[in-house]
Design a protein around this ligand. Structure first.
Ligand SMILES: [Zn+2]
Length: 316
């Protein structure tokens, strides 16, 4: 009886904290780590060769919508998503991929925002080289068997083969399959080490997946069980549960799921990642590498998006 009021207050606090985690932290983490997942788009996007003149963008920070010219939007995306110092053909490949992805969302009636959730867009940092790459590919999009290859995903660096889309996201797409990406000059995040105590590792995993029953997580029950075709961690045993490499990446905010796990003594765990990003579609550093080898943007795109071709686009 004496503790009654206090208990209720504790319950209210626990309820409130859980709700904040469920409604704010988890969506934020998934949005931060994965660009709009392939599953929010229908299987086939009907593309009739038309490129819209304008696009309506949700500006995240300002919390408002803005309608701008579609090709200006693509310029702002390429400028934000790839360094202007990259090879010209890589920038053109990025322009076509970004235009395709954006068109896919427009045709699906899905909102487009200016953050990593869709594609980062800023209008105040557009280099002349970027403008030219966008203009030269004006209206060009990626097609697979005559249809828009709407899920033209890309990521920073692969440090090895890319991934089959179904090994990372929910959908299977013939043009999103594991391909070689061995040449990535200057790629950052080659080997990133994250070291923590096993106790902190345990806390982070349990916090990220409160519905799972891991039991006691210790050195002897943390192990990579299987790898994807692209060589990334597919399933990982943690305590009494088996979770995916992506789950670990989300929980610990890792650069990629291409990781190794090692221990020092019985208390410390080190996770060493290579590459940066989800691994599906075009590696941007890989695109830069192929461009350095003299490949055109069309060759770069058909390498990373297998079986695709570039549409003729519209003459301006
Ligand atoms: Zn978005």
């Amino acid at each position: 009886m004496f503790h009654h009021g206090k208990l209720n207050r504790q319950h209210a606090v626990i309820y409130f904290v859980s709700m904040v985690i469920l409604m704010v932290v988890l969506p934020y983490l998934s949005i931060k780590l994965f660009p709009a997942l392939v599953k929010d788009l229908p299987e086939t996007s009907t593309y009739d060769g038309e490129i819209p003149d304008t696009v309506r963008i949700y500006l995240t920070k300002e919390d408002k919508y803005e309608t701008i010219a579609f090709e200006d939007y693509i310029e702002g995306v390429v400028a934000s998503e790839m360094p202007a110092s990259f090879e010209y053909e890589a920038l053109k490949a990025q322009a076509v991929a970004s235009r395709t992805y954006a068109l896919g969302r427009i045709l699906a009636g899905t909102e487009i925002c200016d953050s990593v959730h869709c594609q980062v867009y800023r209008s105040d940092n557009i280099d002349e080289k970027v403008s030219k790459a966008v203009e030269e590919t004006c209206g060009q999009v990626l097609l697979y068997k005559g249809k828009l290859a709407a899920h033209a995903l890309y990521f920073a660096s692969s440090a090895g083969p890319t991934e089959n889309s179904q090994d990372v996201f929910s959908g299977t797409y013939a043009y999103l399959v594991s391909v070689d990406s061995s040449y990535e000059p200057g790629a950052t995040h080659k080997k990133e080490k994250t070291t923590m105590t096993i106790s902190d590792f345990s806390k982070a995993i349990k916090k990220a997946f409160p519905e799972k029953n891991f039991g006691t997580i210790k050195k002897s029950n943390i192990k990579i069980k299987s790898r994807s075709e692209g060589g990334r961690a597919a399933t990982v045993k943690v305590g009494k549960e088996t979770i995916t490499g992506s789950d670990i990446r989300t929980a610990l905010n890792l650069y990629s799921t291409r990781f190794e796990i090692s221990f020092s003594g019985n208390t410390k765990i080190t996770i060493t990642t290579a590459g940066s990003g989800h691994g599906v579609g075009m590696s941007q550093y890989g695109a830069n590498g192929l461009a350095k080898k003299g490949k055109t943007y069309k060759k770069i795109l058909s390498h990373y998006y297998r079986g695709t071709s570039v549409s003729t686009g519209e003459s301006k």
